[in-house]
Design a protein around this ligand. Structure first.
Ligand code: PLP
Length: 352
């Protein structure tokens, strides 16, 4: 099937024909002394640092820094205003409203379905198996000629586990639409990222983000790694200046501190494993699901009531007890040492 993969069959006709917006920075990108081409405020801005100029629409420096860290050439990198923008752009580039469909594997990240609904794209669901793995047979039964994207989240939110690599490879080999692997939590996982497999699978898109391990959720910076053909399409469709100047500067600064980020990741993983063990000892806990992420999914008696009790203690966790396959489950983000202790103390108080 891979030999039959043809990106041209996937891209919407209007996007193929689209002449992208050409910004002032596109039309002149050389060195000059006087820039009078973009109607910026030439006098400056009220901020101590001047933000009066439009940012680099192609985020070249940021991509080069990411390229060094990830070992992926810059032309295989797309940057979005959060992964959420990457998700939306994939829908808008490849899925014809009212005609095409995508497959998702619940329980999973909610934005795939929301973004599909916004774009009027049908969502077909192949529930994960009881051990939260892909149900490949069901998935393949859902796929038809109008299926453009299979959304895979690994490590998966809210279950926390990684999906079997063989299953993802099997799907990528046998599906001639796009396989998007959302690796938002990959830094907390023992599993290898799929970013090194882009040459192997022309239909692969790998998404990562600065929002989780990097601790930069406020900056809104998401990454998509894919073939240059796919990246070029996303570049054509994106708003010209989708990554603002402050975000570009701060992301560059953050990427000078990889060691510090790795320390945080190790610390979070240690606390995750320790907290999992503490939960195992709590009598009303029915199951602590194994996690490759910075959160754990816990099946617990009276989950909803505990959720409400924790709120009275000023502690907010995510109530997933109404989600299919997650009944009686709370999703708990790993906090600081103090926050994790406060959580456990509150649960002990609830039990007594
Ligand atoms: C948190 C999260 C993201 C991050 O989205 P951003 O828009 O980059 O903040 C993406 N995917 C999943 C599964 C997540 O849980």
């Amino acid at each position: 099937m891979k030999d039959m993969f043809d990106l041209n069959n996937l891209v919407r006709e209007n996007i193929k024909k689209l002449v992208p917006y050409s910004s002032a920075r596109d039309e002149f990108s050389g060195d000059a002394k006087v820039f009078l081409d973009a109607n910026e405020n030439s006098l400056g801005s009220p901020l101590p640092k001047w933000y009066n100029r439009y940012p680099d629409p192609h985020q070249q420096k940021v991509k080069e820094a990411i390229s060094k860290i990830k070992g992926v050439p810059a032309e295989h990198i797309f940057l979005g205003n959060g992964s959420d923008e990457c998700i939306d752009l994939l829908f808008r580039s490849f899925c014809n409203p009212g005609k095409d469909n995508v497959v998702i594997c619940p329980p999973t990240y909610g934005m795939y379905e929301v973004s599909a609904n916004i774009n009027d794209v049908e969502v077909r669901k192949a529930l994960l198996t009881d051990d939260f793995q892909l149900d490949l047979i069901h998935l393949e039964n859902l796929i038809d000629a109008n299926t453009k994207i299979a959304w895979i989240c690994s490590p998966n939110n809210p279950t926390g586990n990684s999906l079997n690599r063989n299953d993802i490879e099997m799907l990528s080999n046998n599906f001639d639409g796009l396989v998007v692997i959302d690796e938002a939590y990959i830094n907390f996982s023992k599993q290898r990222s799929f970013v090194q497999e882009l040459t192997e699978y022309p239909n692969l898109v790998v998404m990562q983000t600065f929002s989780k391990a990097w601790g930069l959720a406020a900056l809104r910076l998401g990454m998509a790694f894919a073939s240059t053909e796919i990246i070029n399409i996303l570049n054509k469709v994106k708003p010209p200046y989708n990554i603002n100047q402050a975000t570009q500067e701060l992301a560059l600064k953050a990427m000078e501190e990889v060691a510090q980020v790795n320390d945080m990741i190790h610390h979070l993983v240690d606390m995750r494993d320790a907290l999992s063990e503490v939960f195992e000892q709590i009598p009303t806990v029915e199951k602590v699901y194994p996690s490759d992420a910075n959160f754990i999914l816990v099946k617990i008696k009276d989950a909803r009531k505990l959720y409400v009790f924790l709120l009275t203690k000023g502690i907010v966790v995510r109530d997933r007890s109404n989600v299919k396959l997650c009944d009686d489950c709370l999703r708990i983000t790993i906090g600081t040492e103090e926050e994790n202790t406060a959580l456990v103390d509150a649960i002990q108080e609830w039990l007594s």
